[in-house]
Design a protein around this ligand. Structure first.
Ligand SMILES: [Zn+2]
Length: 159
């Protein structure tokens, strides 16, 4: 819908088409109608009770704010801890499979059977021949095909 700037038909260069006229009339009517104000019930992010005061207030008090922030921190800490544990476990699985060898071959079933999680790795090494090695710390794997992987280890001092 086109908006008219001053709300008067006097400024039209030509007399509007009847339908246009109705349209403009409706714009005028509704623009002048009082807008409904919805008062949102604001609740404390920590305890869920109604919050009174400034519009941007999020908590009842300092206690609730601290509680909320601590919870948030705990969630973050857990998140990081879980990924670190998964990475450590991945490393351990690769270490066990490799044993004393420099390089070995394994399959998907063996890795997943031990709980290897492919979505977690610490870094990727591109051997410049189009092959990507996925490392969990110093242990890595190279996908050969859908089901087979080479397991390798880098010298820690070669990083
Ligand atoms: Zn609260």
């Amino acid at each position: 819908m086109k908006k008219i700037s001053n709300g008067s038909i006097r400024y039209f260069k030509k007399w509007p088409h009847p339908f246009q006229f109705i349209e403009y009339y409706l714009i005028l009517v509704f623009e002048k109608a009082p807008t409904m104000t919805t008062t949102q019930a604001k609740v404390c992010l920590a305890c869920g009770k109604a919050v009174r005061g400034r519009i941007d207030k999020k908590f009842c008090d300092d206690y609730c704010r601290n509680h909320y922030n601590n919870q948030l921190k705990a969630v973050e800490t857990n998140f990081v801890r879980n990924i670190m544990n998964a990475l450590r476990k991945n490393r351990l699985i690769l270490q066990q499979i490799l044993g004393d060898k420099m390089i070995t071959k394994t399959n998907l079933e063996r890795l997943t059977g031990k709980g290897f999680q492919f979505k977690y790795h610490t870094n990727i090494y591109d051997n410049k021949k189009g092959k990507l090695y996925y490392y969990c710390f110093e242990y890595g794997y190279l996908p050969i095909d859908k089901n087979h992987f080479l397991i390798v280890k880098r010298k820690v001092d070669s990083w």
